[in-house]
Ligand binder design. Structure first.
Ligand SMILES: Nc1nc2c(ncn2[C@@H]2O[C@H](COP(=O)(O)OP(=O)(O)OP(=O)(O)O)[C@@H](O)[C@H]2O)c(=O)[nH]1
Ligand SMILES: [Zn+2]
Length: 210
């Protein structure tokens, strides 16, 4: 049985919150009840009675990345393999929350690396994206964190990360630009040094970066 309750870390570093942490839920729920009151709502009315607890559990799910380790995930499926060309996992869906407004930003990550003796399980790349997306974030930091965790764990010849996301804080409030998309990129090694390698990556992800 690999999956334990309350967000305990698994062998592969992946924490799955099947049962929420009762203590954290109670603490958060108390505050969300205050938020409802602050909004002028009646937290005791029928539709809202369980809302503080629901929001508390929802927020724990959406921020579960704080309890997960990208390093452990990558090392749990690190295989010796003499493949020295680009490995690209593209169109990895991500749901994160901006740390300024705690409103979602939603998009896709494209992650590539060039192995230097070691490869990792493909799903682990997507799990690393989850680890950093499931936190309060800014897109730039998340992009760098994904790049750095892969570079440190696998010591590859290069890592490339591109994230394209829509920030709901710019769509449903504030400046209200419904179609704006933010693209961030971070590179190491061959992706920085060799234009042809970077161009190949950009061509493969089908982005308009170039
Ligand atoms: N760089 C960056 N900025 C972000 C991200 N998510 C949200 N923001 C921005 O964070 C900024 C916070 O600016 P403030 O002026 O303090 O907040 P605000 O008054 O609510 O700003 P407006 O959104 O312009 O109404 C805004 O410009 C947001 O668009 C992100 O991932 N990266
Ligand atoms: Zn925001």
């Amino acid at each position: 049985m690999r999956i334990k309750a309350n967000g305990t870390q698994m062998e592969d570093g992946y924490t799955r919150i099947d049962q929420f942490n009762d203590k954290a839920t109670a603490k958060l729920a108390k505050h969300y009840k205050g938020v409802l009151e602050g909004l002028g709502e009646d937290p005791e009315r029928e539709g809202l009675q369980d809302t503080p607890k629901r929001v508390a559990q929802s927020m724990q799910f959406l921020t579960q990345g704080y309890h997960q380790s990208a390093e452990e995930i990558l090392n749990s499926a690190k295989f010796k393999e003499d493949y020295r060309h680009m490995v690209l996992v593209k169109n990895i869906d991500l749901f994160s929350m901006c740390e300024h407004h705690m409103i979602p930003f939603i998009g896709k990550a494209h992650v590539a690396y060039i192995p230097n003796g070691y490869i990792t399980g493909l799903s682990k790349i997507a799990r690393v994206v989850e680890v950093y997306a499931r936190r309060l974030q800014v897109q730039e930091r998340m992009t760098n964190q994904i790049r750095d965790s892969i570079q440190n764990a696998l010591d590859p010849l290069g890592v490339a990360v591109v994230i394209e996301a829509q920030h709901l804080c710019m769509q449903m409030r504030g400046i209200q630009k419904q179609n704006s998309v933010t693209t961030t990129s971070a590179f190491t090694g061959a992706f920085l040094e060799k234009e042809a390698t970077r161009e190949e990556f950009i061509h493969l992800i089908g982005s308009k970066l170039s």
